[in-house]
Design a protein around this ligand. Structure first.
Ligand code: AMP
Length: 284
């Protein structure tokens, strides 16, 4: 595996592979890799000739009071995991490389960027789309892999790709969970053993919504209430949002659930903000 730290080196490496007619699959990450990330790497491995993974803790997607400084950065371990997956290219740039001095150009997908996590974390998606656009320019992948875990991010990135005509196919991998149902996240390491148990309330809230929906409940207000009641039984969780929205536009569903609907939740357990979601598919 080649570890590359500059855009220039990455362009040359990719040009060589392209000339040889190879397809490139790309998995952007912030590192602290777990099986959720590796599932995307494996999907890319299965579908593309060359797999490129980036590890970059992107400062512009963190708010001023968020965990940028303490975000885990176990680079040696991540490197070994990616090598074991047979990844060809690891892109691990510095902040200065990705944000040249006095850079003032940003990508903002108006609309979905202000919803869900974008509402609670102002500027978050502007940071995400700016860095992903830069990474796409640097890696020029045929396919890029994202996790359904960050469902709002998927909607925002898909729209960016459509709006800016990026010649990239977006592939979305399912949420990978721990055995007890907690969605894997690099932030789970912040949880104490007690908080780790309390964190299961996110999955329980989604289970309650799914259960009601499967038994015929299609009123979003009632489904929302089910999730709310589940959270109320776990006082350690501070709910940020419970939303039933259109999977593409992230606009709230009103009336009754007719189309695939994203049910997304975010909550804080102590200082750790966690997210999870499920998609409700109405019967035709
Ligand atoms: P991150 O390092 O948190 O920026 O995540 C990098 C990519 O991995 C994103 O596309 C995430 O949606 C995806 N990802 C993170 N956690 C999971 C998970 N538990 N299951 C599937 N994909 C995930």
């Amino acid at each position: 595996m080649l570890t590359i730290t500059t855009a220039h080196q990455m362009h040359s490496a990719v040009a060589g592979f392209r000339k040889a007619g190879r397809t490139i699959g790309f998995v952007p990450t912030m590192g602290a890799l777990h099986d959720g990330h590796l599932s995307l790497v494996r999907a890319a491995r299965a579908q593309c000739d060359i797999v490129a993974v980036s590890i970059f803790v992107n400062p512009t997607q963190f708010g001023p009071t968020e965990d940028l400084a303490k975000y885990p950065r176990p680079f040696e371990r991540d490197h070994a995991l990616l090598e074991a997956e047979g990844v060809e290219l690891l892109f691990a740039p510095s902040v200065e490389e990705m944000y040249p001095a006095r850079a003032t150009t940003f990508v903002n997908v108006e609309g979905p960027s202000e919803r869900l996590d974008g509402k609670s974390r102002p500027g978050h998606f502007r940071g995400v789309t700016t860095v992903v656009a830069k990474l796409f320019n640097i890696v020029t992948p045929d396919r890029a892999y994202f996790g359904q875990k960050d469902a709002a991010q998927v909607a925002v990135i898909r729209k960016m790709v459509r709006d800016l005509l990026f010649p990239v196919e977006i592939i979305v991998g399912p949420i990978v969970r721990e055995a007890d149902g907690l969605a894997m996240s690099s932030r789970n390491v912040y949880l104490s053993p007690e908080q780790r148990k309390q964190a299961l309330v996110l999955r329980r809230a989604l289970d309650a919504v799914e259960e009601a929906f499967c038994s015929g409940q299609v009123d979003p207000t009632v489904l929302h209430e089910r999730a709310h009641q589940t959270f109320a039984a776990e006082p350690a969780a501070v709910v940020d949002y419970i939303e039933l929205v259109d999977t593409d536009t992230l606009e709230p569903i009103t009336g009754r659930i007719k189309l695939p609907t994203l049910c997304a939740v975010a909550a804080k357990i102590g200082n750790t903000r966690l997210i999870d979601n499920t998609v409700l598919h109405p019967r035709k």
